[in-house]
Design a protein around this ligand. Sequence first.
Ligand code: ADP
Ligand code: MG
Length: 570
Amino acid sequence: AVQTETHGFQTEVKQLLNLMAHSLYSNKEVFLRELVSNAADAADKLRFKALSQGDLYENDGDLRVRLILDQDKKTLTISDNGIGMSREEIIDHLGTIAKSGTKAFFGQLSGDQAKDSQLIGQFGVGFYSAFIVADKVTVLSRAAGQPADQGVQWESDGDGSFTVTDINKPSRGTDVILHLRDSEQEFLDDWRLRSIIGKYSDHISVAVEMWKDGEPEQTDEEGKVTAAATEGEWEQVNKATALWTRSKNDISDEEYQEFYKHISHDWQDALDWSHNKVEGNQEYTSLLYVPAKAPFDLYNREQSHGLKLYVQRVFIMDDAEQFMPTYLRFVKGVLDTNDLPLNVSREILQDNKVTAQLRKACSKRVLSLLEKMAKNEPEKYQGFWTEFGNVLKEGPAEDYSNREQIAGLLRFASSNNDSDAQTVSLADYIERMPEGQDKIYYITADSFAAANHSPHLEIFRKKGIEVLLMWERVDEWLMSHLNEFDGKQFVSVTKGELDLGELDDEETKKAQEEAKEALAPLLERVKTALGDEVKEVRLTHRLTSTPSCVVAGEHDMSTQMIKLMRSAGQ
Ligand code: ADP
Ligand code: MG
């Protein structure tokens, strides 16, 4: 019996559909990228599953996507013979949003259309983008390995609910049928479609086909042939070579950017990328991208991240996080290796020598890419720093062997600038150090203002010594893992006795000795008055206009760290 059920969309889907209708108009052709991208993913998933279950191909191993136009019905169909979906899967996948970052995304919407459409682009609307151009969408699907009577039809006009019905579907895979809005009939134009496909789909590894000349065979919803093909044949309209397998010199920036959008679901261009083919001891190709914008859930521990893993060009898994350290979790990309077996699983990856080597190699690629950017395109690098700087600061703790290189990529605000802009590198700082200075001075505080106006800086300002200003939550953690850079030790200006070494001249030193003797009785009295509240009361020369201040002992936790631990509930 044909069983039809009506389901409501998850609230977030309804919101998304609503938003889309209003804000994505200028970008409407992306629906084709999203749907072809899903079809290509479905082909990848089938290839992977068929590695261990060859009969899933059902004697049809030529995976392809077809675009079919029907001028009478005014429909555009995207048809694939990939993995397909069962009834449960279709309800689940096309009724909810399972993406991480969903909550953060909806939290950030402002109601301002221009801003929100920017955000939606970054979030990615996937399948639901079909409703930008269609007022009704019908999906027919049958999962690989299932009998024909296990087909399912999903249908919705995008206003809050969808229906699912059991159908008979002899052909494996999924057809997405778009009933185009009256205003979107341009997508019935064969030539227009070919040009969009050329733009979006050359790099995906599955063939996209369109009928050349005349009309292809027509079938009804159950796959029965209703009209024979007139003339002509299926023609492949994309290159269908996985982009990373091609030679760098043959790939244009546009192609790199399109590929980025395919794998990242981002609608904006990537900031930069690094494409490398390695042969010899290790054999792999990596194509790693740095996005222009941080995702909504950069700080969410469950955030999905990692690379798309291929073994000998066969797709194995998304989000293989083992190949990127956590402090580089913003990197998107593909890793294709010959050094792992085709039946590799997440468990095998966990504890594997090859994995560790590849992670090391990929980390190095990203760090060199960033180094190059910082050197040759400092403004671009500054943009990167604004988005991801705080994540990179986790690096020295996580990746001890690369800490010097990571430190070179850090940017700080400085007491020289009177601005919270984090633009000063450690190399800049060292280059500006006056004669006799051999340490890198810094201060951590709760806010830029607190750092910039700290009484601890008075003596440094007076002597014209630059101090790096830090106030981000992660800074204390960072500095506890950085001891030196370029042979120069880091010194917190709030900790312990301040020895400015060579920077103090003889005369000052003498005056200080005298003051110390003269003021000893005063210090005694203050110490007695404060009792156990303090460890010691000391004469200081670091203040010039503030009479006194509290400092942490040299080996004690700084006040910042204490606050950090308290807020973490310790
Ligand atoms: P995403 O591709 O980011 O997962 P989409 O909204 O594009 O998000 O698709 C949601 C899910 O629906 C996919 O993850 C997939 O499981 C399923 N899906 C969509 N299109 C197809 C298809 N052509 N074949 C098989 N599954 C599909
Ligand atoms: Mg998708």
